[in-house]
Ligand binder design. Structure first.
Ligand SMILES: C[S@@+](CC[C@H](N)C(=O)[O-])C[C@H]1O[C@@H](n2cnc3c(N)ncnc32)[C@H](O)[C@@H]1O
Length: 278
């Protein structure tokens, strides 16, 4: 049976709920997308219309349906070595840090989606573990339980690996015997570098013990309003070591909210020691 479209009041309800819970701003332009994504949930739950779904959400005291709603609405587009210059820069920085005698390095892939970003980071950092005494860890977080499950499993379709250089593909992936079709699993030694956790950017202070040498928060802040972006940047500053780096997506900027940072180059910021810009 065809499901009737979402009406303006119903869309407004979803828009507000999602904004309060995740900070994601849904504009009117997203309406058709929201409608088709929620229709998937209606089918799974066997509900006949949006009114019944909204009622179901209102009764969802444990918040389980809210997690599913976030899973279907959030945009999880990503790929291995996306914005590759960031990974080249991280390689150079890590070399410098280790040469200067730092042997413990902490990285955070904030909004890690299905894992391509933290695993790209792990492939970049893994060769440095050959230096005796080097201790490198990566924290990877996202709000969506669906993408986190995928990331933890670390199994990717062959075409997802197209942006991984051949030598890294051979070193860090094995054909996945448990899957049908052409799929590859991340090796255990790479997985060991990454810890996955659920984290919602709107819930502050973030329940994380710093201090990080480098935080990547790329292609997530674009979905939020300025108020949330500003608060996130303050949290990142709190959790970074003085001199630590924050990388945002190429299409993003911290202009006007970078008081604890100096701009290194577009999309790369360094935490100042005093919290003053300079
Ligand atoms: C487009 S992906 C970015 C993935 C990766 N950083 C990259 O640049 O390729 C955006 C991610 O932000 C996550 N996200 C959206 N709202 C969030 C929130 N309130 N807290 C934490 N993560 C959130 C989504 O689940 C999604 O996986």
């Amino acid at each position: 049976m065809a499901i009737r479209g979402i009406d303006p009041r119903q869309f407004e309800f979803i828009r507000k709920l999602l904004y309060q819970q995740t900070g994601i701003v849904l504009t009117e332009r997203k309406r058709a997308l929201v409608e088709s994504r929620i229709t998937q949930r209606l089918r799974v739950l066997g509900l006949a219309d949006f009114a019944s779904y909204l009622e179901y959400l209102r009764r969802d005291a444990g918040g389980e349906e809210l997690v599913h709603l976030i899973d279907v609405i959030s945009t999880n587009v990503t790929h291995f070595f996306r914005e590759a210059d960031h990974f080249r820069m991280i390689k150079g920085l890590t070399e410098q840090w280790l040469d200067q005698g730092t042997d413990r390095l902490r990285f955070w892939s904030a909004a890690c989606s299905t894992g391509e970003e933290p695993y790209s980071l792990a492939m970049t950092l893994q060769p440095f573990l050959a230096r005796a005494g080097t201790d490198i860890r990566i924290l990877a977080t996202d709000i969506s339980t669906r993408v986190l499950a995928h990331a933890r499993a670390g199994v990717f379709d062959a075409e997802r690996l197209e942006t991984v250089p051949e030598s890294l593909r051979r070193r860090h992936f094995n054909r996945d015997s448990g899957s049908e079709g052409d799929r590859f699993a991340v090796t255990e030694d790479l997985k060991r570098l990454v810890m996955f956790h659920r984290l919602n950017f709107t819930r502050m202070p973030y329940p994380i013990r710093g201090s990080f040498d480098l935080i990547m928060c790329r292609n997530a802040m674009i979905y939020f309003d300025r108020t949330l972006r500003e608060k996130m940047v303050e949290e990142f500053a709190r959790l970074l070591k003085p001199g630590g780096f924050l990388m945002v997506g190429h299409a993003e900027t911290l202009i006007g909210m970078e008081k604890s940072f100096r701009t290194v180059r577009p999309s790369v910021y360094q935490r100042t020691s005093t919290g003053e810009n300079g």
